[in-house]
Structures are given as structure tokens and as C-alpha cells.
Design a protein around this ligand. Structure first.
Ligand SMILES: Cc1ncc(COP(=O)(O)O)c(C=O)c1O
Length: 431
């Protein structure tokens, strides 16, 4: 395009409006999530929230959260976010104390929180148990980020098949443990099928053996507390469960914040103290950092703090109810439409669905293609079993009925045509 050389720095700087116009052109092919047609990656609480996020983030576009002595407001906002999250995740219901010893940090997202939880468990195992090659025991439904953690930190990942309902199999996980097991993982809910694992039983196993238990509530941490208050979820999953030693919750998911902010909490400060990295072994002085990155963007912290205060309890309750209503409408339709099925029994607003695994059914990936073609609907594909994945947020309430109508129509067409998608790929992420 005029004035925009590909893969080369322009010899002379370009006009700011022209640069922004060019970006509008570039993103013309991106999925339009604002209209509610995308069921992945983005959580939309409405234009007012988006506007606030942009303004808060702009205020801090240049600041660096590496050094909160230079920018004390960033230290203050981080502490405030951690403390608010501590309250949401059950610290005041913790047995034995009032949660006053809970310590935590912000990270850049769910993956970083899970990396930190795994590294902390490894370091705890080394320090407390002298464990040379530690392992962690987790269900096959636990997030892929644990494999990354296993790879980065040399903690063996012992994956245990889920039960028929896609929940973690506690007995089989107990059998997979040995003296080198330092960490048991449960999800609340799991990403693939949206199931809350039996956290009390998993945490009980950890407590019995005197090891750590991490609850991955990256997905659920900012919606389950509100779904619980609304009476839509009754399972126990948070810090109040005896034996849970750490928990992660992503503000950039159902907290409706901008991308780049998650919270990890530890049951006590001694355990939390294993997370930060400190060194003097270079020529630059005492270097300390609480998480993986050095320089950290301040915009997501500011936007995260702003959205918590803008929405407040009543805002999050309203958004949780909207997401619940949308998810319930879509799930009920899937159960009703012949040939379709939900995978397992999802607990919240995330679920997987597709052609029924028994009897006459449309090809699941052909269903995804047909939905995209008919209404521009986007669902991630996953396997096994072949499924479409739906992360339903508040912004979907307005389009749920339209989706149900399209689901009805394309399922009928596929059942009569028997069409099958050629592309069987299930990439989630960037390859
Ligand atoms: C349960 C769960 N854990 C961890 C993650 C990883 O989060 P992120 O993509 O923010 O790194 C996700 C992402 O969807 C998730 O659903």
C-alpha cells in the first residue's frame, strides 16, 4: 500500500492518521468479536467497559511496572487487585484463620500464573522434601500451560485420564502419585469441557500426603464467585477448601479486563515467598521481580484495577447472570436438537459440543464450518472427542437466540446431506 513498505522501516516517518488508517485496513479480516459471533479469546462486557479499559490503559501506556518505587500507583493498584481477588476467592472462609496470611501477585495471564505455580511447587519440593526430579499429577483436561511448565521447569507431568463425565478421576490420580509428587492440580472449571473438578477430594489427597494443590481457576475465578451467589453453581472450588495451597484467576477473562492480567494467590506468605526472583549476581545492583517478565506493561494493571471498580459486585453479578442465561439457552438447544450433544456436564458458562457420539449425528467440524458460513459464528475446534468449544460471556446474551436458530437449521441440513469436513485440524493457539 502507498507509503507502507512491507517488512522494512520507512525511510521517513509517516503521518499518524495514515498509520492508524492502515491498521484499520490490516484488521479488516480479523473476526468481529463485537457482534457476539466469536466464542473464544475475547470477553465482552459492552462498549462502556471497553471505553473505560482503553482510557485507563492509555493513562499508563508508557509506565513500567518493573519498578513500583518509581511508580507507586502501580504497586498500590496491584496490591488492591490482589486483595480484592483474595476476598473473591474464599480467603475469609479459609479454615483455621481469616485468610490474613494469603499472599499473591499479578502475572501477565493464565499461562504465566500456571508456570509460577509449578515452579513454586518445584522449589518447595526441593527445599522441604529434597525432591530431585519432582512430578505433578493432573487430569488430561488440565490446561496445556502445565505442559509448558513441565517442559520449562523439568517437573514431570503425570496426566491421568478423566472420567466419562470429563471430571478428574481422584482415585486414578491417587494411584499416579509417589514420593516425588509435589503438586496435585484441579481445574475450576477445565478449559476443554468446562467441568469443575472434585476440588475437595483432590485437595484432600494433597493434604493427606503433605504436598501442594493448585486450583486452576484462570477461567472461573472471576465468574464462579458470582454464579455461586446467584445460586447457579454449588460445588466447592476455592481457597476455603482445606488443602488448596494456591489458586489462579484471570482478570482478563471473566473479569472483563484488557489482556495481560491474572492473579495467583498462595494460602500462606511463606509459600508465596518462593515465587519472586532476586539476584545480585550481575553488575546492575539488586534485581528483584515477582514474576517471569522483567519490564511489565502497566496498561493492563491500570485497566484491570479500573474495571473492578467500575463494575463492582452488582456489575459482575449482572454480567454473570447474562453469561449464564446465554449459556443456558444455547446448551438447552443443543440438548433438544436431535443429533447434537454437550460433552459431559459443564458447570458454568464454558462447554464443548458437537455431533452426538451415538446415533445419527452431523460431523462436528462440518457443523463448525456451516455455522461460520451461515452466521459468521466462530468456535474453536478440539479433540478428542471432536468438539466445538464455546466460551460464553455476557455479550452473547443478545445473540443466543439467533445462534440457536442457526444451529437448528444447519444441523438439519447436515443430517440430510451427511457432509463431512475435509479439514480435521484442531489448532488452538499459534503454530
Ligand atoms: C483453565 C485455563 N487455564 C489457563 C489458561 C491459560 O490462560 P492464558 O491464555 O491467559 O495464558 C486458560 C486459557 O483459556 C484456561 O482456560
Amino acid at each position: 500500500m502507498d507509503g507502507f513498505p512491507d517488512n522494512r522501516l520507512p525511510a521517513h516517518g509517516l503521518d499518524a492518521d495514515a498509520v492508524l488508517d492502515r491498521m484499520e485496513v490490516l484488521r479488516a479480516d480479523d473476526r468481529d468479536w463485537r457482534g457476539g459471533r466469536v466464542f473464544s479469546l475475547v470477553y465482552n462486557a459492552g462498549d462502556d467497559v471497553l471505553d473505560l479499559l482503553e482510557r485507563a490503559s492509555n493513562l499508563y501506556s508508557a509506565e513500567n511496572a518493573l519498578n513500583t518505587m518509581v511508580f507507586p500507583s502501580l504497586g498500590w493498584m496491584q496490591n488492591d487487585i490482589v486483595t480484592i481477588t483474595t476476598g473473591l476467592l474464599g480467603a475469609d472462609r479459609m479454615p483455621g484463620d481469616e485468610g490474613g496470611g494469603v499472599g499473591g501477585f499479578l502475572t501477565s495471564g493464565g499461562t504465566e500464573s500456571l508456570l509460577q505455580a509449578t515452579k513454586t511447587a518445584r522449589d518447595w519440593g526441593r527445599a522441604e522434601r529434597g525432591t530431585g526430579r519432582p512430578n505433578m499429577v493432573l487430569a488430561t483436561s488440565a490446561h496445556a500451560a502445565f505442559e509448558k511448565a513441565s517442559h520449562y521447569f523439568d517437573v514431570e507431568s503425570r496426566r491421568v485420564p478423566v472420567r466419562g463425565d470429563f471430571a478428574a478421576d481422584v482415585d486414578a490420580m491417587a494411584d499416579a502419585m509417589d514420593d516425588d509428587t509435589v503438586l496435585v492440580v484441579g481445574s475450576a472449571p477445565s478449559y476443554p469441557q468446562g467441568v469443575i473438578d472434585p476440588i475437595p477430594e483432590l485437595a484432600g489427597l494433597a493434604a493427606e500426603r503433605g504436598i501442594l494443590c493448585h486450583v486452576d481457576a484462570c477461567l472461573g475465578g472471576f465468574i464462579l464467585p458470582f454464579l455461586g451467589r446467584l445460586g447457579h453453581v454449588t460445588k466447592a472450588w476455592d481457597l476455603a477448601v482445606p488443602g488448596v495451597s494456591s489458586i489462579s484467576a484471570d482478570l482478563h477473562k471473566y473479569g472483563y479486563a484488557s489482556k495481560g492480567v491474572s492473579v495467583i494467590l498462595y494460602r500462606d506468605r511463606a509459600l508465596a515467598g518462593l515465587q519472586p526472583f532476586i539476584t545480585t549476581n550481575w553488575l546492575g545492583g539488586l534485581y528483584g521481580s515477582p514474576s517471569m517478565a522483567g519490564t511489565r506493561p502497566a496498561g493492563p494493571i491500570a485497566a484491570g484495577w479500573a474495571v473492578l471498580h467500575y463494575l463492582g459486585e452488582d456489575g459482575y453479578l449482572r454480567l454473570a447472570e447474562d453469561a449464564h442465561q446465554a449459556a443456558t439457552a444455547i446448551k438447552s438447544a443443543i440438548v433438544r436438537i436431535p443429533g447434537l450433544a454437550i460433552r459431559g456436564a459443564p458447570d458454568a458458562t464454558v462447554f464443548a459440543f458437537g455431533g452426538a457420539l451415538e446415533g445419527a449425528a452431523p460431523d462436528t467440524f462440518a457443523l463448525g464450518d456451516a455455522l461460520a458460513e451461515r452466521g459468521g459464528w466462530f468456535f474453536d475446534r478440539q479433540s478428542p472427542p471432536d468438539s466445538l468449544h464455546a466460551t460464553v460471556h455476557a455479550g452473547h446474551r443478545a445473540v443466543a437466540d439467533q445462534l440457536v436458530a442457526d444451529l437448528d437449521a444447519v444441523t438439519g441440513e447436515l443430517l440430510s446431506s451427511g457432509a463431512r469436513a475435509k479439514d480435521r485440524g484442531t489448532t488452538y493457539g499459534t503454530i
